[in-house]
Design a protein around this ligand. Structure first.
Ligand code: NAD
Length: 336
């Protein structure tokens, strides 16, 4: 491998831009190929961050000019691109979810397990330094035995109808991040129950999806996790986590851009809305996610979540969907 890790980027949409931006801040990597069938997007990204342009993933792998790839294209393309990466012996960071269909994920599972090629999954919340610190302090025993975890995750506004149609539903698109975050603290989940509701969005209802959801997970040691999701929050992107244990509680609150607060006749300690959305709130986490992936590419120990984590999160999301539709709790076995 050359000194600089040469990266091929697939997809130059919302999250592809984030990864290109992160790469630009990391001295050890360089963008060598930018691939998107929407060639204007690829050209724009390459003009800003460098790299050769292609509309064809085969051309990128065949070039021999990539030491690793980042898959930031639509979900339906992930399995094919991860498989190409494995076949080409090229480490891959793949966005979540691996696929919407667990059967397709399972069909790739043996190949992924048998291969030495590092496969990292884009669960950025594991790299948020506040959640990392929370986990460190839970593990250090600051709250005794972990008994309950509460994850609140509300988007500022619903996605467009075109996105909803392809998203796979709230559990596989949005909750999946929180299901993985739950597993960051409690890897072995044995039961899932969920409720979904339609409280504000006709678009979401038309897509046969929920705009509001609550999921409860049971860990192997009877820990309980509650995940609260909404597709809208009037006050901005709401991201909170609370860990409750036998001797205390640890809490991560929301981030604001400013320390300035306003006292008036209408409110005290008033402050503007929270950071707008994931691009702002998790900018640093996305960068650390890529940096950690580069460690794996270099053959160094890495704490990137992998294929099995991506599979586990999808199993939990599917179980949540089933529970929300049937009303019954769903037992899961993530080990098998
Ligand atoms: N981790 C996160 O926080 C996060 C956030 C947003 C999206 N995502 C995931 O990232 C993926 C992309 O989402 P997005 O919102 O950036 O989508 P997007 O629609 O904004 O961008 C996708 C881009 O991929 C291109 N593309 C289509 N087929 C391709 C192919 N075969 N090879 C290369 N490029 C291809 C499209 O032309 C488009 O430019 C989805 O799987 C989504 O679930 C993750």
């Amino acid at each position: 491998m050359t000194q600089q890790i040469r990266i091929g980027l697939f997809g130059t949409g919302r999250i592809g831009q984030v990864h290109a931006m992160s790469l630009a801040t990391l001295d050890e990597a360089t963008l060598s190929w930018v691939c998107d069938p929407f060639i204007e997007g690829a050209k724009r990204t390459a003009a800003e961050y460098g790299g050769r342009v292609s509309a064809d993933p085969e051309e990128v792998f065949a070039s021999g000019e990539v030491d690793a790839v980042i898959v930031a294209s639509p979900t339906a393309t992930h399995v094919g691109l991860v498989e190409m990466a494995i076949d080409s012996n090229v480490p891959v960071l793949c966005e979540k979810p691996i696929d919407l269909d667990i059967a397709r994920v399972d069909a790739l599972r043996a190949k992924a397990a048998e291969s030495d090629v590092p496969i990292a999954l884009g669960f950025n919340k594991r790299f948020d330094r506040h959640f990392v610190e929370l986990k460190r302090r839970v593990a250090a025993g600051e709250i005794g035995a972990l008994e309950q975890l509460v994850i609140i995750s509300r988007d500022p506004g619903e996605p467009p109808a075109s996105y909803l149609a392809e998203s796979g539903g709230i559990f596989r698109d949005m909750t999946i991040h929180d299901l993985d975050l739950a597993r960051y603290f409690i890897p072995d989940i044995v039961e899932v129950s969920a409720r979904g509701a339609n409280v504000f969005s006709e678009n979401v209802r038309q897509a046969d999806d929920f705009d509001s959801a609550v999921v409860t997970l049971r860990g192997a040691n009877d820990e309980l996790v509650t995940i609260v999701n909404s597709r809208h929050a009037a006050y901005g992107y709401d991201q909170r986590v609370e860990a409750f244990g036998s001797t205390g509680l640890l809490h991560v609150g929301n981030k604001n851009d400013t320390l300035v607060r306003h006292w008036s006749a209408r409110a005290v300690e008033a402050i503007g809305p929270y950071q707008n959305f994931f691009l702002e709130r998790y900018a640093e986490a996305y960068r650390l996610e890529v940096a950690e992936f580069l460690r794996a590419v270099r053959g160094l120990p890495s704490r990137s979540p992998g294929f099995e984590d991506g599979r586990a999160a999808l199993i939990l999301a599917d179980a949540a969907g089933m529970s929300a539709r049937t009303g019954a709790a769903v037992a899961v076995d993530l080990a098998s």
